[in-house]
Design a protein around this ligand. Structure first.
Ligand code: PLZ
Length: 446
């Protein structure tokens, strides 16, 4: 694949003068609540590189939070968007429908887990789609309660804030929150040793039965691998047991695959790994090559429960976003990106296992595909070390590598490269990460 932007890391000055000036303008014009991870402003991005206004070229290990799976300037996406912009930018699907929306719904019906009859509704953001999944489940079941899990992240709107676990920064001071949202314990192998998937599922089911009751419960909503919560992969058997319990108890099982979907985890969807078939699946992020689009896809009888006109929104399934989605999906299939995600997993795990073997502060290496993380702790314990995660990330940023942190305790470094990144860039980025760990060790022993 050829990219205009040289695929190499290059740091002129970090941050450079143009970014410093733009950051001053940001502070004077943009609400303080909207933070930025990096102090530099982007001009171009593609392949595995983000280039900034001062000519720094940064290796992208974030994909704009798992969005630019097919690259940030994918040629198929760019061409499809350009063509659609020329034709029309908007009519509103609820007024004058267009083919692109239907084609995206057909693609989602074909690609998502399970071969049952499916329907899809399109929205703009992940949070909006999660909200709609809850509306649909309530309409279908005639019940109200929603169960979510410890460390969950589902969004920043009022209902999804209630569903999100972490107070700071997502919820603090923003209540009151939506009612009828209940939290169950997750399977968290690193902090849960000895509790296998089946036992963890039983622990959650007992909480659900005792504190909520299946007769009141519309939906169980879960990320098959948690994103913001720390890339927590539940133990094998946890998801299938929960899905089985939902099916047996008239509860809609909703997979929030906003972050894990579309090849990110080395399967088209993370549920595929254990053959879990959710009743509803929520997708966004990687679906449309960077354009805002999200979807709820699921069993026809559940999706068709809400009355005509009950679902929608002015922009949901915008034609430009739909054109981008069709191009992104074509790219994932034509370029073998599921396979590429597995290759990236092998490379990242080789580098991170090596790091862990000589650094006891790396407590856990986990995740799948191009969604890999390390959880950092005080050596020999599970005591979180958030300061180390910040220090390593800051070191990497200075040297031109975009690294993100996450986790309830802020002690997880996560790696989410675009699937279009080269092995050379990944090796270079992980040389920098290794150096960052070494430098913090020197700082401590000095
Ligand atoms: N569900 C599983 O990961 C978005 C948000 C980062 P939106 N995650 C990144 C931040 O600080 O806002 C996400 C997710 C899962 C839902 C969402 C919400 O998706 O498109 O951000 O609304």
């Amino acid at each position: 694949m050829s990219h205009e932007i040289p695929q190499s890391r290059h740091v002129v000055q970090f941050p450079g003068p143009r970014s410093v000036e733009l950051m001053q303008r940001k502070q004077a014009a943009v609400a303080a609540g909207v933070g930025t991870t990096m102090p530099v402003f982007a001009t171009r991005a593609g392949g595995g590189i983000v280039e900034d206004v001062d000519g720094n070229r940064l290796i992208d290990l974030g994909s704009g939070i798992a969005v630019t799976t097919v690259g940030a300037s994918n040629p198929r996406v760019a061409a499809a968007v350009a063509e659609q912009v020329q034709a029309f930018t908007h009519t509103c699907f609820m007024i004058t429908p267009y083919e692109g929306y239907v084609a995206v719904a057909e693609a989602l019906g074909r690609l998502t887990p399970g071969d049952h009859d499916k329907r899809t509704a399109l929205f703009n953001s992940g949070a909006e789609a999660v909200e709609n999944a809850v509306k649909i489940a309530r309409s279908y079941t005639g019940k109200q309660a929603v169960v979510v899990f410890d460390h969950a992240y589902h969004g920043r709107t009022n209902l999804t804030m209630a569903m999100t676990a972490k107070n700071m920064p997502y919820k603090h001071g923003f209540g009151p929150f939506a009612s009828e949202v209940y939290r169950a314990p997750l399977s968290y192998p690193f902090r849960d040793s000895g509790v296998d998937g089946a036992a963890a599922a039983q622990r959650a089911i007992t909480v659900i039965e005792k504190q909520v009751g299946a007769a009141n419960l519309a939906a169980v909503v879960i990320e098959p691998i948690q994103g913001e919560g720390g890339f927590i992969e539940p133990a094998d058997g946890f998801l299938p047991a929960l899905a089985d319990w939902c099916r047996a108890n008239g509860v809609v099982f909703v997979a929030d695959e906003v972050q894990t979907g579309f090849a990110r985890t080395g399967d088209l969807f993370a549920c595929d790994r254990e053959g879990v078939v959710p009743d509803l699946i929520v997708t966004a992020k990687g679906i449309a090559g960077g354009l805002p689009l999200s979807a709820v896809t699921g069993r026809a009888e559940i999706m068709d429960a809400p009355h005509g006109g009950g679902l929608g929104g002015t922009y949901g399934g915008n034609p430009i976003a739909c054109a981008a989605a069709l191009a992104a999906i074509e790219t994932i299939e034509a370029d073998g990106l599921v396979e590429r995600a597995r290759e990236i997993e092998a490379l990242l795990k080789r580098r991170l296992d090596a790091l862990q073997s000589d650094d006891a502060r790396v407590g856990d290496v986990r995740g799948r595909g191009a969604m890999i993380a390390v959880e950092l702790v005080q050596p020999g314990t599970t005591e979180p070390d958030a300061a180390l995660a910040s220090a390593v990330a800051a070191y990497a940023h200075q040297r031109g590598v975009i690294v993100l942190t996450c986790g309830t305790f802020g002690n997880v470094l996560r790696f989410l490269p675009p699937l279009t990144i080269s092995d050379e860039l990944l090796e270079d980025a992980f040389d920098v990460v290794a150096e960052a760990f070494a430098s913090t060790r020197e700082a401590v022993s000095a």
